[in-house]
Write a protein that binds this ligand. Structure first.
Ligand code: CA
Length: 439
């Protein structure tokens, strides 16, 4: 599965792509939708390279390309990523290979493509595609256990957890791209000891550290994907923050699951890191001793051999006071997507198993990715023990839950001996004050 595009020795004629700590070396080549800041030009698809974006609309016009490339580049130039997302793996690899050669040191296309680079600082990013449906899974077993313990200390995991990749259908309309600002939600909650609910601004606003998976070609209704198809049919991944209103959630979630506690905003990072770019960071999937093995429709030799992906995750916060004082964002936690209880292929296979059709550009959230140790929680609910132990921040501030003006930043990267480090960029979002009724 590895090819010349993954060669750790490969460097780029785009100088910033060779910096050791860049998220976007020539081995990454993620796709995003953008336009120049302040312009009214049509969105087009670009490829992140160092601190630049290769504008594929210009690159299609300015540069000679090899066989088969015109059909691939035409929709990208028009801002439409979906034909590529739906393309067979061999086609996606063909484009990746052509982009890798074009951006590599010594490329004959460099003099043309130099004219097609846009500094990231001058670009405005948009959602990479129209998202038809959004489903949020619950694959973080350490999150599920830690949150379960807050409510059921003796029996934190529900009996279905180790058999079913649990999920709920989320809301696609309120998904935004980083950097996103959103208004603190209002809703119903039942204050402790009260016998009737109140309606007002959320008082326990939280974040959730997740990855998002973009579906490739999808499946026809009534024709589920098997594990082999599921492994082949996801396009790539982004960071995802599933903002959560805990007080609203607690009051509304039974019996049908989360609704308004989750639907007010979801933020994703702008660059889709492709399945091909993640290839060097695949890892075996196994169950701990004593846990049930996945049912046959969720099992395959390939999944056991390389179903997991080693992605190091990080959460940072910068409060409004920190910004005013010029203090840098401070780390809240670290974890790794490798700890997920279910793999990406298992999420797709399970989602389609009942006959549901997944469509190109659908987004699957992975659920909160917490680590096994205290302090590795992927939400404030975990880090503050349900609000009982506020987290200390620089400047003497504390947080049990998010306050207005707080900016949350998710980051992720992949690192392995013999491979070039790749990253996901940033997923940041800022909380704005709740709307005043009648204002
Ligand atoms: Ca979630």
């Amino acid at each position: 599965m590895l090819d010349a595009t993954h060669d750790a020795a490969l460097s780029s004629w785009v100088e910033s792509a060779n910096a050791p700590d860049t998220d976007f070396p020539v081995q990454n080549l993620p796709f995003g939708a953008f336009r120049r800041k302040g312009s009214d030009e049509k969105l087009r698809i670009g490829v992140a390279i160092g601190d630049r974006i290769l504008d594929l609309k210009l690159a299609r016009q300015q540069c000679p390309w090899g066989a088969g490339m015109e059909a691939l580049l035409a929709p990208l130039a028009e801002g439409d990523l979906k034909p590529l997302m739906a393309a067979p793996a061999a086609t996606r690899r063909h484009l990746r290979s052509a982009l890798s050669q074009a951006l590599a040191e010594g490329s004959e296309q460099a003099p043309f493509l130099e004219l097609c680079l846009v500094p990231m600082a001058q670009a405005e990013m948009a959602l990479p595609c129209a998202i038809g449906d959004y489903t949020d899974f619950f694959t973080g077993i350490h999150h599920a256990t830690a949150v379960g313990k807050l409510f059921r200390p003796d029996n934190p995991l529900m009996p279905n957890y180790k058999w079913v990749p649990i999920a709920y259908h989320g809301r696609a309309s309120s998904i935004g791209v980083s950097p996103q600002s959103f208004v603190r939600p209002r809703g119903q909650s039942l204050p402790p000891g009260a016998d009737a609910p109140r309606f007002g601004p959320c008082q326990r606003l939280d974040y959730e550290l997740e990855m998002g998976v973009f579906v490739g070609a999808g499946n026809r209704q009534g024709e589920p994907m098997d594990m082999a198809q599921a492994e082949d049919d996801w396009f790539g991944m982004v960071l995802l923050n599933d903002w959560s209103a805990r007080d609203i959630q607690t009051w509304e979630y039974q019996p049908l699951g989360p609704f308004l506690a989750k639907s007010f905003a979801t933020t994703i990072s702008p660059w889709i890191v492709t399945r091909e770019a993640l290839e060097p960071f695949r890892a075996p999937f196994s169950r701990p001793d004593g846990d049930p093995q996945p049912l046959p429709y969720l099992d395959s030799p390939a999944n056991r051999e390389r179903g997991q992906i080693d992605i190091a995750l990080q959460v940072l916060i910068q409060t409004e006071a920190m910004r005013t004082q010029g203090l840098a964002p401070v780390e809240l936690s670290r974890s790794n997507f490798r700890d997920a209880y279910w793999t990406v292929a298992q999420m797709l296979a399970h989602h389609s198993s009942g006959g549901c059709n997944l469509q190109t550009g659908d987004l699957l959230g992975t659920g909160t990715q917490s680590g096994p140790l205290p302090g590795q929680g992927g939400s404030l609910l975990e880090l503050s023990m349900g609000g009982k132990q506020p987290v200390a921040l620089p400047g003497g501030e504390t947080r049990s839950f998010l306050q207005d003006g707080d900016c949350l930043i998710l980051r992720a990267h992949c690192l392995r001996d013999g491979a070039r480090r790749i990253g996901f960029g940033e997923c940041s979002g800022t909380v704005l004050p709740a709307l005043t009724p009648g204002a």
